[in-house]
Design a protein around this ligand. Structure first.
Ligand code: SF4
Length: 198
């Protein structure tokens, strides 16, 4: 049964939600393409630069990036090679294994990040004016959907509270042992710097 068959879609709320999510994924693609074109880069090259800017060195290896973005290692290696040729990144060789390296942005790479990282702003601006209750309901549903897709291994990497060793229950409420704070729905993270796989 396809959600893109309009009879199926319009007679079922779940199908309409899936079709709506697909439409939203197109919006992200379009917004990213616009920025990529402005800078003569591909969307994945922009995504790599933004990811590298905001994540620790251990998450900037080709293997990690391939898993994160669901691409093959050769595809990521090619993108990295182009970024290096454009002087937007530099490779830092691993002292113990010269075949391995992590990636850092150059000053020019950081400038590209500044110029492109706000590509999702049109969506942020719309959400900013929503009520806190509406945002909370949306967040609970999105974070839950991501968790379920991760369990089905459709989303490969998830640095979320639900998969983290620091996530526990205290007085029957979710709690983060590292930050020593309650984890209300609004506090749940989908990309946490302190995440440690449970
Ligand atoms: S360390 Fe981060 S991911 Fe882990 S439970 Fe705490 S807030 Fe969540």
């Amino acid at each position: 049964m396809s959600v893109f068959n309009l009879i199926n879609q319009n007679s079922n709320l779940s199908n309409k939600i899936v079709a709506g999510l697909e439409r939203l994924s197109q919006v992200f693609r379009i917004l990213l393409w616009e920025k990529a074109k402005e800078h003569s880069l591909s969307p994945i090259q922009i995504q790599l630069l933004i990811f590298i800017q905001y994540h620790s060195a251990d998450k900037t290896t080709v293997s990690y990036l391939a898993q994160e973005f669901n691409f093959t290692k050769p595809t990521i290696s090619d993108a990295i090679k182009t970024l290096e040729q454009k002087n937007l990144i530099k490779k830092i060789a691993d002292r113990n294994d010269t075949r391995s390296y992590t990636i850092q942005l150059t000053a020019s790479g950081k400038k590209i990040v500044s110029a492109t990282e706000n590509f999702a702003n049109p969506i942020t601006e719309i959400l900013t004016s929503a009520t806190e209750t509406d945002k909370l309901i949306l967040w609970e549903n999105i974070s839950n959907l991501i968790l379920l897709l991760n369990k089905q291994e459709i989303i490969s990497v998830q640095r979320t509270c639900y998969n983290c060793t620091n996530y526990t229950m205290k007085n029957e409420k979710p709690y983060c042992n590292l930050l020593n704070q309650k984890l209300l729905s609004k506090d749940v993270r989908i990309d946490c710097e302190e995440f440690e796989l449970a």
